[in-house]
Design a protein around this ligand. Sequence first.
Ligand code: UDP
Length: 329
Amino acid sequence: MAVLVTGGAGYIGSHAVAALLERGEEIIIVDNLQQGHQKAILGGKLYVGDLRDGDFLDTVFQENSIDAVIHFAANSLVGESMKNPGKYYHNNVYGTLSLLEAMNRHQVRKIVFSSTAATYGEPENVPIDENDRTLPTNAYGETKLAMEKMMKWFDVAHGLKYVSLRYFNAAGAHASGQIGEDHSPETHLIPLVLQAALGQRPHISVFGEDYPTEDGTCIRDYIHVSDLADAHVLAVDRLRQGGDSAVYNLGNGTGFSVKQVIDIARQVTGREITAVIEARRAGDPAVLVASSDRARQELGWKPSRAKLEDIIGSAWAWHQNNPGGYDDK
Ligand code: UDP
């Protein structure tokens, strides 16, 4: 039986495809290639199309024997979601509804879902665990929470089993050097810092120095993209073994401030990186750090690339070898 990966041409999706390939899984990929890159797909069968097109999804499910879905396809930029929430509701929420309905029509009842720490909003506790309050501070997080709730009700009504993986900050690149992070426009901290190190940008902007943290900049929990990918494979196993629906945080449990990330990038690259303090970015919580105990206990997940130096080092190797990213946009 095959695994359907939606958004398999994207940053995290392409690393999950690589992890599934290493296991010898049959893989079907659906991606509209609006943000994804065809060159990021290391194997599997690609269908180019949009989740909101039910007839297209019927073709994909009819032509393949799919028993599980890993659902990445979504818009995922906090800043953009604050300016254009309608885009996020349409693509993320409606796209997921269309996918769940297609799965239901074709009796596919296992889904691993790409969720986010942004579902929590400003945390009640640090580190955050899965029972903590979910009160998103941005539209992106709100749409991901709506998608999780949709799956819950499809479970109640139709027996859909889901594993929702709430990632903290994905970073780094595949050890092969073949795939890495390439968004256009790029908005994420680590690739932007490395572009500054390469001289592609004059400086890195630091969004806010007046947060209630030790150095005044936001704290995040950076997790290697291949460690995230491994968790998806474990989650598919759990569902195939008849496991019940569940929600798991995925992070390393250690927070780094924006200034600390820039300092470590200076050490890793040996380059000068100019930082310029700017205003806060709308929608950013001050601190997001995960407790991933539940994923460790129930999925048997253990991040194996946890040091931030190594995460940034793998991203640096990708950026140096691919200064224009995939060069396809
Ligand atoms: N950030 C920053 N400058 C940038 C991009 C991001 O200071 O050019 C900050 C951002 O405000 C947040 C952290 O870096 O506190 C991580 O942001 P990113 O967009 O990488 O991930 P997010 O936390 O939004 O998922």
